[in-house]
Design a protein around this ligand. Structure first.
Ligand SMILES: NC(=O)C1=CN([C@@H]2O[C@H](COP(=O)(O)OP(=O)(O)OC[C@H]3O[C@@H](n4cnc5c(N)ncnc54)[C@H](O)[C@@H]3O)[C@@H](O)[C@H]2O)C=CC1
Ligand SMILES: O=C(O)CCC(=O)C(=O)O
Length: 451
């Protein structure tokens, strides 16, 4: 760098610091090792499916990057009176099958590339499950635990305000993901309604899904992702004559998805022998009671210190003797090293993108089967679709109806994926992406190319 350039850089930095003095700036994409790797991993996984289905060139190109990338920077007043600048993303990958759809993540590692990967995953998930939605995802780089309820509400409302018409009940419909919940969805809905003046307020409820029951949510949405994970495990067990009663499993992530999956697995007699979350890892070969662990987590904010299990090193968690492994936390967790340690016969990807490319290679070599994210965790978006329909029609379905419709859709796609895998001699992930790609390609080619 010449001395002139150095002076210019220094004065530019100075003027930025003048602008932000006294406030905290949470910069968006300063470092992004994980997000970029996740995006490349996801694209490589999709690319493996391409030789197995006839994809038109223009369709491949369209799907290779998101259609829209919305980034908003907005200041919010913190409880101490100072302003903090946040960056929010809403990435809209594809909407050929219907409105953009996907969760909102609040996590300190959120980056543009991570949200791009997650948005693209949603397009294939919806296509595989025949949910008439496209794929999107959003997020803000923040640690929810470090903010008061009031701060979280202000951040959420400001984010929705600044997204403006980039979301809408027939255009792009957010939902919960890591670090967000029904309360955040209800704040989003309320802010949208207050900033978009329409007479039919009831119809506007479907701007988000994953709301509380009182504010227009669906029965069964909160447990839906975990329920769908277990439906997949049941199909896998039936196919192979495995009894779930008495089988051992380990679980990474004990939030919405993990804790619900664990409660449902318990009802089937499966034994939870190890859990890991952001606070540590615990082990009990006699079984950990999900309900008691939930009570502990609600009080303490994590699994650490739970009296009904022994605390172990995070590194030892993956080698716990088990039949099934359920990653239900973040992406890129099942690395080469982790895959070598696993004793399970099945990995069920409750999380999005939990397995690295190298990790997958090892799993394959070791004969460990994978039910991929786009299939395993699709229960959430399926019941979000049911919530959206119920809001649109002013209906309220009973839980039995929600569960039986969910089971039907999960089973249908699971067996489509398995049939493709058998017919083409490919793994479940490649089959799942191939079925989804086929569907997207068919719609694009039938509709033709706009000149
Ligand atoms: N909430 C939903 O409906 C859906 C969620 N998913 C996916 O499921 C996964 C979990 O999501 P939620 O349960 O909603 O999130 P959550 O915020 O409710 O729970 C996340 C869990 O992951 C744990 N965790 C975070 N960092 C960790 C780390 N470094 N090591 C170990 N554990 C860690 C947390 O302690 C917590 O137990 C994510 O990949 C999400 O994208 C997929 C489909 C739908
Ligand atoms: O429920 C939804 O709309 C989206 C859920 C989600 O973000 C996901 O499946 O990863």
């Amino acid at each position: 760098m010449s001395s002139e350039e150095a002076v210019t850089e220094a004065s530019a930095a100075k003027s930025v610091s003048d602008l932000t003095e006294g406030s905290e700036v949470v910069l968006a994409d300063t470092e992004d090792p994980g997000g970029a790797q996740f995006y490349r991993t996801h694209q490589a996984q999709v690319a493996r499916a391409v030789p197995h289905v006839p994809i038109a060139d223009h369709v491949r190109l369209i799907l290779s990057e998101p259609k829209n990338e919305v980034i908003v920077n907005f200041p919010v007043r913190m409880d101490d009176g100072r302003f903090k600048l946040f960056t929010g993303y809403r990435i809209q990958h594809n909407n050929i099958l219907g409105p953009y759809k996907g969760g909102i993540r609040y996590h300190h590692d959120v980056t543009l590339e991570e949200v791009k990967a997650l948005a693209s995953v949603m397009s294939y998930k919806c296509a595989l499950l025949e949910v008439p939605f496209g794929g999107a995802k959003g997020g803000i780089r923040l640690s929810p635990a470090q903010h008061s309820k009031r701060e979280l509400e202000s951040i959420t409302r400001r984010f929705v305000h600044d997204l403006g018409n980039n979301i809408g009940p027939e255009y792009d419909i957010p939902a919960p993901d890591v670090g967000t919940n029904s309360q955040i969805m209800v704040w989003m809905m309320d802010t949208y309604m207050n900033t978009h003046n329409q007479i039919d307020k009831n119809a506007q409820k479907r701007i988000v899904t994953g709301k509380s029951l009182a504010s227009g949510g669906s029965r069964g949405r909160e447990k839906a992702t975990g329920q769908g994970v277990v439906y997949c495990i049941q199909e896998w067990a039936d196919e192979r004559g495995v009894r779930l009663d008495g089988c051992n499993y380990i679980l990474q992530g004990f939030g919405n998805v993990g804790s619900h999956a664990a409660q449902i697995m318990s009802r089937l007699g499966a034994v939870l022998v190890g859990v890991q979350d952001h606070t540590g890892s615990i082990y009990n070969p006699q079984g950990i009671y999900p309900r008691k662990l939930i009570d502990h987590v609600n009080k303490e904010g994590g699994i650490r210190g739970y009296a009904g299990a022994e605390e172990i090193n995070n590194d030892d968690f993956w080698s716990i003797e088990s039949d099934i492994c359920i990653p239900a936390a973040l992406e890129l967790q099942i690395t080469e090293e982790v895959a070598k340690k696993l004793t399970a016969k099945l990995v069920v990807e409750a999380a999005n993108g939990p397995t690295t490319l190298k990790g997958e290679e090892v799993l394959k070599k070791r004969g460990i089967e994978v039910i991929p994210d786009v299939m395993a965790n699709a229960g959430g978006v399926v019941v979000s679709y049911f919530e959206w329909i119920q809001n649109k029609r002013s209906e309220s379905w009973q839980l039995e109806e929600v569960d039986s419709r969910l089971l039907f859709m999960m089973k249908r796609s699971y067996h489509e994926m398995r049939a493709f895998a058998r017919e083409h001699g490919v793994d479940n992930r490649t089959a799942a992406f191939a079925v989804a790609l086929n569907r997207l390609n068919a719609v694009y080619t039938e509709r033709g190319v706009f000149p």
